[in-house]
Design a protein around this ligand. Sequence first.
Ligand code: GLP
Length: 240
Amino acid sequence: MKVIVGDNEKISKLIAEEFIAQINKKPNSVLGLATGTSPLGVYANLVKANKEGRVSFKNVATFNLDEYIGLEGTHNQSYRYFMNDNLFDHIDIDKSKTHVLKGVGDYIAYMNQYDDEIASFGGIDLQILGIGSDGHIAFNEPGTPFDSLTHIADLTESTIKDNSRLFNDISEVPTKAVTMGLKSIMNARKIVLIATGKNKAKAIRDLLCGPMTEDVPCSILQKHPDCTIYVDEDAYSLVK
Ligand code: GLP
């Protein structure tokens, strides 16, 4: 794994440039996208580059990592809403090629065909990840099998607490989600992970220095052949 340290502005720009280079090299790239606060700067840079004509998403397809069970795509905390609001509504992408797991209706049927659908597009070329303070990636919580495909996950108390900052009240945070599995994520040809802030320091230490164990879901990335970890000084502070 490669590690790049810089402030949020710098690492967001660098990751956006990775995406721009990927799309310009292969206009019909398949992108794996993440939600959360961490990738917001990357998405803002991509919107800017698209408006400046430096990159076009016309032929791009996207697959998102996860979605809360119980939230309609129109709910302002659903991940479909997040993606439209922070990226898709501002770029020249064909929305029918943007895939986000469903959290309502026929979500189980949609979940069961998600890995096959990714494969039918040729697999993910470039995947962006955030990381949970407990070391989760997507919604793969500690204990998730390394060979997991897209599945239903119970959120841990720590994740519910972390994510409650975005809801009116902790009681409104869904307790279950649909998520790409660890194997689904590892299938991506290239992975970039972004983490900033002191509350990510322990997860980043475990990712970079700890043993590879299902107790720390992100540790599986240690065996990915092309994975770069972008961190700020705070997230990196327990390494060294
Ligand atoms: C959620 C998402 C993850 C994300 C994590 C960290 O739990 N399912 O994909 O990486 O939060 O979010 P943030 O970037 O807001 O710290």
